[in-house]
Design a binder for this molecule. Sequence first.
Ligand SMILES: [Zn+2]
Length: 419
Amino acid sequence: MTPRGWAVITLVGLAVALVVAAAVLVPWHRPPAPRADQLAALRDLPVEQVARGRAFRAALRPGGWAALAVGLLVALGLGLTPLGGRLVELAGRPFGGHWVAQAVLGGLAVLLVADLLTLPFSAWRHAILTRHGLATNGWGGWTADLLKSYAVSAVIGVLALLGFYAVTRLAPRWWWAFGAAGAAALVVLLSFVLPVLVEPVFNRFTPMEQGPLRTELMTMAARDGVPVRDVLVADASRRTRAVNAYVSGLGPTRRVVVYDTLLREATPAEVTSVVAHELGHAKDRDVWTGTLTGALGTALAVVALYLLGSAGPLLRLAGVDSIAEPRAFPLLVALVTVAGLVAAPAQALVSRRIEARADAHALALTGDPATFEAMQRRLSGANLADPDPPRWEYLYSASHPSTVERIAAARAHAREAGR
Ligand SMILES: [Zn+2]
């Protein structure tokens, strides 16, 4: 059988594995609370808070969608015309067109052009965040964050580009197999190292100070059967007034992180409710679920790119002979961009179901739906969320159930518990 034949079989195998993993690991049986209960929850929220959240989200919306559109147009413009290939050549020219220069400098140049063209929208977003009092870091802090994220992306980008194009040269017929395995391994590696190598670039993390709240949280974690070495506090207040918490990392790098803003704004009982939600993620191994599905999806994407990339018309549009050469990198970016936009609603749906399970875990663990509801009101208010966002936007990009869904779920839990 030809490499192409094996690639088709691998693609089908990966697709089946991804579907099975999603079917088994994602809690599909947690649909949102009935709409009538959501509307009742919405009516109970302060009118002024809802209006403020909606005004803020409406202000962000045009820039957000415009950035998406411009990003897509740039990717297609560079990838489906010879323009991107020429940019790669240009970047490699001072080095005699050596493949390493083309792969690394050319690749980074393509990514940088796309970033720079959407930069005005990022700046606009920051201006709106500042005007609405959510951002606290000023333009200096914003610029520093931007440069840091460029630096981090450049390091990861250099490794990925160098690795990928080395493989395409060493194994011209089988690169897709090594590439798929390598890309999947990179996803797993990043899950392990991001919390210890990348997150500290942007924030300082300190163990939560000793006291009744920390004792309460550690006791709750022990009761939950989730071993937690420590709860870390991130100095999020350096750039935002938003409140949040999250779990990241795997195995030895797993941590529960709360924003310092949350500790400042919320009551200890509300913080406990938030951490109970995060313990749910830890207990249900949601970081593993995300990593595994991410690794399978990435491997699938590499094989799909190989198969799609041997299509003559695409190569002719990009003015390249093979998808495996550095000059075809812009074509890869274009295909990945389109795939990302298409996959976004599915990813958001999976994320919402997983978040709903973590909410249910928090309610069961704390047995305190009233505080859970108060915490949702506070999260929504502090983060200027639209408690009941437009349906299409929710379906396309909401990673969490809406505030009204979460409150309605808490009330349903209270009813069940009271029965
Ligand atoms: Zn969560």
